[in-house]
Design a protein around this ligand. Structure first.
Ligand SMILES: Nc1ncnc2c1ncn2[C@@H]1O[C@H](COP(=O)(O)OP(=O)(O)O)[C@@H](O)[C@H]1O
Ligand SMILES: [Mg+2]
Length: 264
């Protein structure tokens, strides 16, 4: 949990995210229907649920990619996110990682990080070390966090799938987001990469608020504290992994559905 001293931007006693009666319609279809959700600063929250439950759509709303059809989405009890564009929401401090990485394959790992630093939020750019040496130091610091410092000179395109995902998380950290949104960060990874990703999330979760959408129950079991289960566009249950696993309704909608699917 952040203390007020450690977080000069905007001390918040209340939730960092508060979603009330959210609805998102695509034509006649309601992808999100009457969703209520809130998140305390400092939490590492896992979001699970069957395919089509609306998990990605919720992240899309939180980062401004998709606008609510109705309902409210507040950031730090202050900002009504429906009123802001995607790039403005990034500036407010919400960083989003998408499923496919958007790194520059022909540039080195370090240069990718330096580019991400140049794109960091306006206020911070003026406050933090703007010298080349200072930027390099910060970039390497973030590479250490994601476990890629020893590969900083390598072309990003030569990284493994898992390493590319970590690089992108490192690039997101350069923006110093207060809230990090990660959509299936371990998708397509090897077992050992998945393990490392879980450890990375826990590490990042110590300094930032994080929402992780995840399909892999084993992964969630291992690393989650509080889990939110979504189903048909709203929140079905919220609790510890033990509570979620013991819940009959969750077993029906989530685990029941999963056995019909073989592609994830
Ligand atoms: N742009 C869109 N247009 C129409 N339907 C969409 C769009 N985006 C998502 N959906 C639908 O909304 C539902 C929720 O999708 P999504 O949020 O991607 O679910 P999840 O991430 O939980 O698998 C799905 O039925 C999906 O087909
Ligand atoms: Mg999704």
């Amino acid at each position: 949990m952040h203390s007020a001293e450690a977080m000069p931007r905007q001390a918040t006693a209340g939730p960092i995210i508060r979603v009330e009666q959210l609805e998102v319609r695509f034509g006649d279809f309601k992808a999100i229907r009457g969703l209520n959700f809130s998140l305390a600063p400092g939490e590492l929250r896992f979001l699970i649920g069957p395919n089509g439950a609306g998990k990605t759509t919720l992240l899309d709303v939180l980062c401004g990619k998709t606008k609510p059809s109705s309902g409210t989405v507040r950031f730090k009890d202050n900002w009504d996110l429906a009123k802001f564009q995607e790039h403005q929401i990034a500036q407010l401090g919400i960083g989003r990682k998408f499923q496919s990485p958007s790194i520059f394959a022909t540039l080195s790992v370090l240069d990718n990080m330096l580019l991400a630093l140049k794109a960091q939020r306006g206020l911070l750019r003026t406050l933090l070390a703007a010298t080349a040496a200072g930027q390099r130091e910060r970039a390497i610091g973030h590479l250490e966090t994601v476990g890629l410092a020893h590969k900083s000179g390598l072309q990003a395109g030569a990284l493994s799938h898992g390493e590319k995902q970590w690089l992108e998380i490192g690039m997101l950290l350069s923006q110093e987001p207060e809230l990090l949104l990660l959509d299936e960060p371990a998708a397509g990874m090897t077992d050992s990469e998945t393990e490392k990703t879980g450890e990375l999330l826990v590490r990042i979760g110590q300094t930032q608020t994080v929402i992780v959408v995840e399909h892999d129950m084993e992964f969630v079991k291992q690393f989650a504290s509080i889990v939110t289960v979504m189903h048909e566009g709203s929140v079905l249950r919220e609790g510890t992994m033990e509570e979620i696993q013991a819940d009959d309704q969750v077993a029906q909608v989530y685990l029941g559905r999963r056995t019909e699917r073989h592609d994830d």
